[in-house]
Design a protein around this ligand. Structure first.
Ligand code: ATP
Length: 367
């Protein structure tokens, strides 16, 4: 019977629990034994009580719960070879030969590193007499399957990451609430949303709330003209009868010279140049809170089921995979490629190749 470990790592996102539940139940359905690894890579390194066999009932109630019930962590030890070796030993001692990791690109890279080094870990553990020759033969290969739990929707090669739609929903609810008070007082609101170097949340929120202006990292405005352009645009809309102004700013927004565009600075511009009563709202962690949207429950569930199918189909030559969704089809693609492409987007922005960045990012916007 194949034993499959599952952990959540890095920042939490809504829908991670749905994915954990699906992995556990699909594993049982397909005759495997699922093991919950608590508190991310910390749990994998601590071993013992942090790794527990999961029953069907253990994950009941997970579907509708936000955050991650099995816990997540950032683990510095796992960044080191020695730390990953302890993790390897705990996996072998538990009999786990496949690992499902739900996290951001850092967590998935870590898992892929563990797999790439696996033959070295086996050789070292044998040399140290920590495993037997039989164990070395039985666990000669570790399969890795990743799922992206992130509100940022920043992984190239997938249309949506688990949690992004819930965060977008939360942002839209908050902006709708702000619009009521904004129109009562003829105010302008500058709303800063998460997303790090990815503008998907900001752009989607702007579309869904009918914002007047949006700033995203992939499409930086001209550093010497954007302030004037912003004022002209907002004034034109007010002149046409609008009572409010709404500007959405991605936390990673920059201008064409890569100077950060900060919400407080936008407020100052609107206050001093247009004389608007302007307020800033930084939505912060409320964006990743609350129960998951129906879509993230769905996405976590179908991707979790696919993760098990991918493990059962894999052999030693199969690369580490990441489960995604493209054109409404669940995909399993090489993890390394997906991460490489994602990093390339950030590099293109740093190198001011904005149109290339937008083009690459659009693999997750539009495909
Ligand atoms: P988020 O998008 O929410 O930040 P993430 O998975 O990218 O999620 P990180 O803090 O980058 O978050 O990574 C989470 C954990 O994964 C780290 O604390 C570390 O244990 C492990 N990890 C990250 N990068 C590596 C790496 N290059 N090698 C080994 N382990 C890593």
């Amino acid at each position: 019977v194949k034993r499959i470990g599952i952990l959540t790592s890095g920042g939490d996102s809504q829908g991670m629990n749905a994915a954990v539940r699906a992995v556990v139940r699909m594993a049982i359905f397909r005759g495997c034994e699922p093991f919950l690894i608590h508190e991310g890579y910390n749990g994998l390194i601590k071993g013992k009580d942090m790794i527990s066999k999961a029953s069907w009932e253990d994950v009941s109630g997970f579907l509708t719960t936000g955050g991650t019930v099995i816990g997540t962590a950032r683990c510095t030890e796992f960044r080191e070879y020695e730390g990953r070796q302890i993790a390897a030993l705990n996996l072998i001692k538990t009999g786990i030969s496949a690992l499902v990791v739900i996290g951001g690109d850092g967590s998935l890279t870590g898992a892929d590193n563990l797999r790439a080094e696996w033959p070295n870990h086996i050789a070292d553990l044998l040399k140290k007499d920590l495993i037997t020759k039989q164990m070395a033969t039985d666990f000669s290969c570790l399969m890795i399957v990743g799922m992206v739990g992130s509100i940022d929707n920043d992984l190239a090669t997938t249309d949506l990451t688990i949690g992004a739609v819930s965060a977008l929903t939360r942002i839209c609810e908050a902006v709708d609430a702000l619009q009521c008070t904004a129109s009562s007082h003829h105010r302008a609101f500058v709303v800063e949303v998460m997303g790090r170097s990815c503008g998907w949340l900001a752009l989607s929120a702007a579309i869904c709330t009918g914002a007047d202006y949006v700033f995203i990292p992939e499409d930086p405005p001209n550093s010497s003209t954007w302030e004037k352009k912003l004022c002209t645009e907002l004034k034109n809309r007010r002149d046409a009868g609008k009572k409010t102004s709404l500007v959405i700013v991605a936390e990673g927004a920059v201008d064409s010279e890569l100077n950060p565009i900060k919400s407080e600075h936008i407020k100052d511009i609107l206050t001093t140049r247009l004389n608007y009563d302007t307020r800033v709202t930084i939505l912060g962690h409320v964006q990743r809170g609350g129960s998951p949207s129906f879509y993230d429950r769905y996405l976590g569930t179908v991707q979790g089921a696919e993760a098990i199918e991918a493990i059962l189909k894999a052999d030693a030559s199969t690369p580490s995979l990441v489960i995604g969704i493209l054109e409404n089809k669940i995909t399993a693609q090489p993890l390394k490629e997906a991460i490489k492409l994602t990093k390339q987007v950030a590099n293109e922005i740093k190198n001011k190749n904005f149109s290339r960045a937008l083009e690459l990012r659009s693999t997750s916007f539009l495909n």
